[in-house]
Design a protein around this ligand. Structure first.
Ligand code: ME8
Length: 512
């Protein structure tokens, strides 16, 4: 049977600064979804990258006294390092300064133009460099300091220039039909409602080129103009799939599931499908917008400066605790908060005392009492089978949840097995059975080891390295770790390596 294709993307990051925790959050979540799909036998293509053009990049480079490409090279490398340090399994990393991307953007432009959707006019409007966007006068306010600002607070300036326009106004009805016919196109529902009311409010044509700076992709046939950075940025998703070559090996992956932050929904759910409709390219499968992370309640942004460095975070807590924390703590789609106390609490309660302790105490008992081999399963009782079967139920629940990007629900379903297994051990009390009924003790320990195997298989998307170590500890071969292997069973008599702790407790430096 051919595997079904699964294409998933992160937003491409602005490399005008270094990564912060919000970027890490998007990357981790997308990686968890990608890994889950891979383990579930999908043929996955996972894309991330950097969005390197635009006025903001040019201005930052000028301030630093370097060329924009130097700034892009330097910071794109840091983003590449970030995704690697976060354990992301991306299949490609696109940079919008690559030649394949220029070819793709220029072809998309030509197709929109050929469809009659691009025309030349003059543009005047209030432009925010920080947001890379124009605002209606009514959206802006003048502060006590006399500075006019857009709703998120960045200054705007009046910009007038010759500009190409995209006939967005022609797509109002088509977009509304798209949201109505595919209620899942934009998710979660709150974001869909927001998008629908924006479109219902009426769409104006969109200015899609600039002449005031040159750090961008030249408009085909008029290189006085560079493309508006969002036309360029959104197109990355099809560039990486091989556009415009319909025979490109990766073209079969398109359409993608776009994971983005809620700040860029309008671009992905309104402009992007309109560009694609105009150029005759199939639309994305879904746009899912997650919420914002707050550092103890305060919004983070590069321009503001209160940023948490993802490298420092991983150094401090370890990668898998960080991945687990963000996926478990914040319902995916909602805003969430990060604090030292919250991450320590999750690390120690759920990982060290929870899954870690479950594995460690059962495997140590096996090492001591069962000759370091997978114990004899004997005759499994209904309560043993029930615990083992809970993993199958958790997989069903996780699949259903991941299908709607409810990552936290999937994590919950998997960790519910840890709680069940803890209860099972307490009830079965293998330490008592050791003296009264060694055969039954062996069966109980078998049941727990088998359950650990199943939890480790299911938790791989969230904590790949730790789960690999757990699976090593129960002697599972590398090629027997997919969801399809969930229904395998540990084979009694298999020699196990010496047990080792996989999830250390976090101890504050002062107390260590
Ligand atoms: O917008 N909490 O790039 P960007 C959670 N280049 N997520 C956050 C966050 C926070 N505090 N801050 C940022 C761009 N993010 C464009 C995208 S796509 C074709 C072009 C995440 O570097 C969130 O996912 O500003 C947001 O959408 C993304 O980082 C934007 O990163």
């Amino acid at each position: 049977m051919t595997q079904s294709k699964y294409y998933i993307t992160t937003p491409i990051f602005y490399p005008n600064g270094v990564p912060h925790i919000g970027h890490a959050y998007t990357a981790i979540a997308t990686d968890v979804l990608a890994r889950f799909a891979r383990l579930d036998d999908k043929d996955v293509f996972f894309l991330t990258g950097t969005d390197e053009h635009g006025q903001k990049m040019q201005q930052t480079a000028v301030k630093e006294g370097i060329a924009p490409i130097e700034l892009a090279d330097r910071n794109s490398a840091v983003f590449q390092k970030m995704v690697s340090v976060l354990g992301c399994s991306n299949d490609d990393f696109i940079r919008t300064t690559e030649d394949r991307h220029r070819v793709s953007c220029q072809e998309l432009w030509r197709r929109m133009e050929a469809n009659g959707d691009i025309y030349l006019d003059t543009y005047g409007g209030w432009y925010s460099v920080r947001q890379e966007a124009f605002f209606d006068e009514g959206e802006t306010t003048v502060g006590e300091d006399g500075v006019r600002r857009e709703p998120l607070g960045s200054p705007v300036e009046w910009v007038e220039e010759e500009s190409y326009y995209f006939r967005l106004s022609a797509y109002e009805e088509k977009l509304l039909a798209l949201y109505n016919d595919n209620p899942e196109f934009v998710a979660p529902a709150e974001r869909r409602n927001e998008v629908m009311s924006f479109v219902k409010g009426g769409l104006k044509d969109l200015s899609i080129s600039r002449t005031s700076f040159d750090w961008g992709i030249p408009v085909p046939g008029n290189d006085k103009h560079v493309m508006y950075v969002w036309v360029d940025a959104l197109t990355n998703y099809i560039t990486a799939a091989g556009f415009p070559d319909a025979d490109a090996p990766r073209w079969d992956y398109w359409p993608a599931l776009h994971i983005i932050g809620k700040d860029i929904v309008r671009f992905h759910a309104v402009y992007w499908p309109a560009f694609l409709m105009s150029s005759g390219v199939p639309l994305p499968r879904r746009v899912f917008a997650h919420g914002f992370l707050f550092n103890k309640g305060e919004k983070m942004s590069k321009s503001v400066g209160n940023v948490v460095d993802p490298f420092a975070l991983v150094d401090e807590y370890g990668l898998d605790p960080v991945r687990y924390f963000f996926m478990r703590e914040v319902p995916f789609g909602n805003d969430g908060s990060y604090s030292h106390e919250a991450i320590v609490q999750r690390t120690n309660a759920d990982l060290a005392n929870g899954l870690g302790n479950l594995a460690q105490r059962s495997l140590s008992m096996i090492a001591k009492n069962c000759g370091g081999q997978v114990p004899d399963n004997g005759a499994l009782k209904p309560e043993d089978e029930a615990l083992i079967a809970s993993a199958a139920k958790a997989l069903d629940a996780a699949r259903e949840a991941m299908d709607r990007q409810a990552i936290h629900k999937a994590v919950e379903a998997v960790f519910a097995i840890v709680t069940e297994a803890d209860k099972y051990i307490d009830t079965q009390a293998p330490w008592v059975l050791r003296k009264t009924d060694p055969d039954r003790m062996a069966t109980v320990l078998y049941t727990v080891a088998e359950t650990v195997r199943r939890i480790a298989i299911l938790a791989q998307p969230i904590m790949p390295a730790s789960c690999a170590r757990l699976l090593d500890l129960v002697a599972v071969a590398d090629d027997a770790r997919a969801f399809a292997n969930l229904e395998d069973r540990l084979v009694p008599g298999t020699t196990l390596p010496a047990p080792q702790g996989v999830f250390p407790r976090y101890v504050d430096r002062e107390q260590a």
